[in-house]
Design a protein around this ligand. Structure first.
Ligand SMILES: [Zn+2]
Ligand SMILES: [Zn+2]
Length: 288
């Protein structure tokens, strides 16, 4: 796709405050703050040079207009209002209304130990819930960018240690599940000030902020408009022995590069020329 078209897609993304436009700022901050530790490992230049599309517009690489994103379900029912398997099913079918992607759900290892670690699986997203502790976050979405800057795996984790938050607000678990899953294919927030845009990608507690809206589908159409020269996703739900072996533990949180009222962004090098980008949905400050 041509340069002019790319630029207009980028502008649309920026105007909407959507997509990963904030990554430019992140990487600039990283240059200053953690240059010695991180720059050596990630070669910042490779992202802008090798991607054939705007570099802050992260997405899965695909050679076709639409693709199936294998979604491994490592959830079990949580507390009141937090029936994660059911909420994941709803989120997957809602996001699959996008013309750009289809989430294909498969049951996956869901022992307590495995859900706590929630190791990422190459080419797939994995959704887990567990009592991750009173660590400040309700939900955590992680995407791994390969050396070309494309998403190549991701995880979405829901924290049952804040079961009281979900129990006190029937919408919150839906909101968090929908949003963390939405991050795994390249959507950002529509706002970060608590205002409602009637989508789960905002930070409103409104009951209308629990599902994707048309703007999200439109945004995905923009992000996934072009084709890539390879696929960064896996075409099968099966996890090979080698992939299982490569599941080397928890996704690293890395360095805090963005702090908002409702969210944080953390970035870590993955040791293979790529990056982990982590979106945190913060627990309410008074949550117990
Ligand atoms: Zn691409
Ligand atoms: Zn978020």
């Amino acid at each position: 796709m041509g340069g002019a078209k790319r630029e207009s897609a980028l502008k649309t993304g920026l105007r909407g405050g959507h997509t990963f436009s904030f990554l430019l700022g992140i990487l600039m901050k990283m240059r200053n703050l953690v240059a010695a530790a991180v720059a050596a490992a990630i070669t910042l230049g490779s992202f802008s040079a090798s991607a054939s599309h705007s570099w802050n517009n992260y997405h899965w690489a695909r050679t076709t207009a639409s693709f199936n994103l294998q979604t491994l379900d490592s959830t079990v029912p949580g507390g009141t209002n937090a029936n994660w398997p059911s909420l994941l099913g709803t989120a997957a079918s809602q996001w699959s209304q996008s013309n750009s992607l289809n989430l294909v759900l498969s049951p996956f290892t869901n022992t307590s130990q495995s859900r706590r670690k929630c190791s990422a699986v190459p080419g797939k997203i994995r959704v887990c819930n567990a009592a991750y502790g009173k660590n400040g976050w309700l939900g955590l979405a992680s995407i791994n960018l390969d050396a070309n800057g494309h998403i190549s795996q991701g995880t979405a984790k829901m924290n049952d240690s804040y079961a009281s938050v979900y129990a006190g607000d029937a919408n919150e678990a839906k909101h968090v599940m929908c949003q963390e899953v939405g991050h795994t294919f390249g959507l950002g927030h529509t706002s970060e000030d608590g205002s409602s845009q009637n989508t789960c990608m905002d930070y409103s507690s409104s009951p209308t902020s629990t599902s994707p809206n048309q703007h999200d589908y439109d945004e995905l159409a923009i992000i996934y408009q072009h084709l890539d020269s390879y696929n960064s996703y896996s075409t099968t739900s099966a996890v090979t022995a080698a992939e299982e072996h490569s599941m080397a533990g928890e996704v690293p949180l890395g360095h805090l590069v963005h702090q908002g009222a409702f969210e944080e962004t953390w970035v870590a090098p993955d040791g293979k020329g790529g990056l982990w980008i982590n979106h945190v949905t913060l627990a309410p400050p008074d949550a117990e």
